[in-house]
Design a protein around this ligand. Structure first.
Ligand SMILES: [Zn+2]
Length: 164
């Protein structure tokens, strides 16, 4: 269990801003090991027509594994701007990562969903699958430490960048 560091979440937020500028969802992720940035993940769901690898967390995991030349990311920390979906949270567990710090929570996304759908003309909705990251962690191994709501307020502007 680590103490999350603001400087790494700032990098994840930068990646999210870049993703939104590219016309995609405002999500971003970075993977840190021993204080070093191993990979930066961008959202490419819309731009690459890829609902699987297009999630920022999956993008970061794939890049980190390629860079380290291994299928697991033990002792690595994921910083992502929003609570990982069930697919990404499962991938984080499959990769044996130690910690996940995330900013915007699933409840925040549910609260903003309709507003974003309206303002983007239906192109973006921040749709959710009703399984919290915590539930996946409880039912998986190894146990990943979650740090929810880290820099949540600083990340809320990503709702407004998406689809702009
Ligand atoms: Zn995901």
């Amino acid at each position: 269990m680590i103490q999350p560091d603001i400087k790494y979440m700032k990098l994840a937020i930068e990646a999210a801003v870049q993703s939104a500028k590219n016309g995609d969802y405002g999500h971003g992720a970075v993977i840190i090991k021993d204080g070093e940035v191993i990979a930066t993940g961008y959202e490419t769901l819309k731009s690459a027509n890829d609902p699987v690898n297009g999630h920022a967390e999956i993008d970061a995991i794939r890049k980190a594994c390629q860079k380290l030349g291994q299928p697991y990311l033990q002792d690595c920390i994921m910083y992502c701007t929003a609570e990982p979906c069930p697919m990404c949270m499962s991938a984080i567990i499959w990769a044996k990562m130690s910690d996940v710090a995330y900013a915007i929570t699933r409840d925040d996304m549910i609260a903003e969903m309709e507003r974003i759908k309206q303002s983007s003309g239906g192109k973006f909705s921040w749709r959710q699958i009703a399984i919290p990251a915590e539930y996946i962690v409880e039912h998986g191994e190894p146990k990943v430490a979650l740090h929810p709501g880290f820099m949540r307020e600083e990340s809320r502007m990503l709702f407004d960048l998406t689809g702009k």
